[in-house]
Design a protein around this ligand. Structure first.
Ligand SMILES: [Zn+2]
Length: 340
């Protein structure tokens, strides 16, 4: 009986600790309820068979007494790298702590602006890199250039919501595509993506975001996280198709956008250069995730941020000028994907 009470008490303790975790999805659900009822008290409880051995004065669990099937955070992919301290043994049959998560919290998409052969040379032999390179040769291969557990150098100076330097926390995918050419007026014309290559990207992204539980809000373009410097993967990358056909990333609901559009278009031109209005637009962009200053002016940073937003969510018009449609899409997205 004393043992039974001890186990119930332990279960309650485990529950109270884990229930404080931020993410409900990642919450560990113990087999026994927090408040033991009469029935549960009578039910024989399977005692965890934790075997502890002591080596060199240190205790090690040699049996996994967690329930990895109910806690994805204890899953590891690829090799588990352990220390090899001289004269000591790191025990690999261990208790996988519930208090852990993946370092990989973002997925960033790029284009190489180079053909296939040069893409692989540059990304493997120079200072820039990515975890994966998706070629455009029509085969079924995807090249891995960097271990998923290590940093690749693809994002550069970058930010999204409260996070900065996204190389630390992201997986980078480079897609072979020639990028854009600009005419004398600066108007950019982008190269399209092949259907087969998009399918390859979608399969790769789906695999990565599922394994690391990367939320839709963190599947982004390089131009989203570095809007003043970058355009890739550009307005011809089919974000909507990925959302519709593969449930990847973010997209707005048409009806919500329409109601914001009806509101926005009433006195849109009248208030357009009003600093209060511009400040509001900048605040919405910042709330959604973009790192920009709230200047109350249509400055260069704001124009480039709007252009980056349009690449992703309003690809029919990417001139960097806010129109009522762009503003309505922005508001619909802010409402659908609020900052937690
Ligand atoms: Zn890039």
């Amino acid at each position: 009986m004393r043992n039974t009470l001890y186990i119930i008490g332990l279960s309650a303790f485990v529950f109270s600790c884990t229930s404080q975790q931020n993410s409900k999805k990642r919450q560990y659900i113990p087999r026994t309820p927090a408040t033991p009822s009469k029935t549960t008290a009578k039910t024989p409880i399977e005692k965890p068979k934790s075997q502890i051995t002591t080596e060199h004065g240190v205790d090690f669990f040699t049996t996994n007494i967690a329930d990895p099937t109910k806690n994805d955070n204890t899953v590891s992919y690829g090799s588990i790298v352990s220390a090899k301290p001289a004269g000591y043994k790191v025990v690999k049959s261990y208790f996988p702590a519930i208090g852990q998560n993946f370092r990989q919290r973002y997925l960033i998409l790029h284009y190489t602006a180079l053909p296939d052969d040069k893409s692989i040379t540059v990304l493997s032999q120079q200072g820039v890199s990515a975890h994966y390179l998706v070629n455009n040769t029509g085969d079924n291969e995807i090249y891995q250039l960097v271990d998923e557990n290590k940093r690749a150098y693809h994002a550069g100076v970058s930010s999204w919501r409260a996070d900065k330097n996204l190389n630390d926390t992201s997986i980078g995918i480079e897609i072979v595509n020639m990028g854009y050419t600009a005419d004398a007026s600066g108007k950019k014309t982008f190269a399209p993506f092949d259907e087969a290559q998009v399918k390859k990207v979608a399969a790769l992204v789906k695999d990565i975001v599922t394994r690391y539980q990367i939320p839709a809000t963190n599947i982004l373009a390089h131009s989203d996280i570095a809007p003043t410097r970058k355009q890739d993967p550009g307005p011809l990358f089919p974000w909507k198709k990925l959302y519709d056909e593969y449930q990847i990333g973010m997209w707005y609901d048409e009806a919500t956008k329409q109601s914001f559009y009806d509101l926005a278009s009433v006195d849109f031109q009248t208030k357009y250069n009003d600093s209060v209005f511009i400040f509001n637009v900048q605040t919405q962009l910042q709330k959604f995730g973009y790192g920009l200053d709230l200047s109350g002016k249509w400055d260069d940073m704001t124009k480039k941020t709007i252009e980056a937003f349009q690449y992703h969510f309003r690809p029919q018009n990417y001139d960097g000028v806010l129109d009522a449609e762009t503003f309505a899409i922005l508001q619909a997205l802010v409402q659908k994907y609020p900052t937690k």
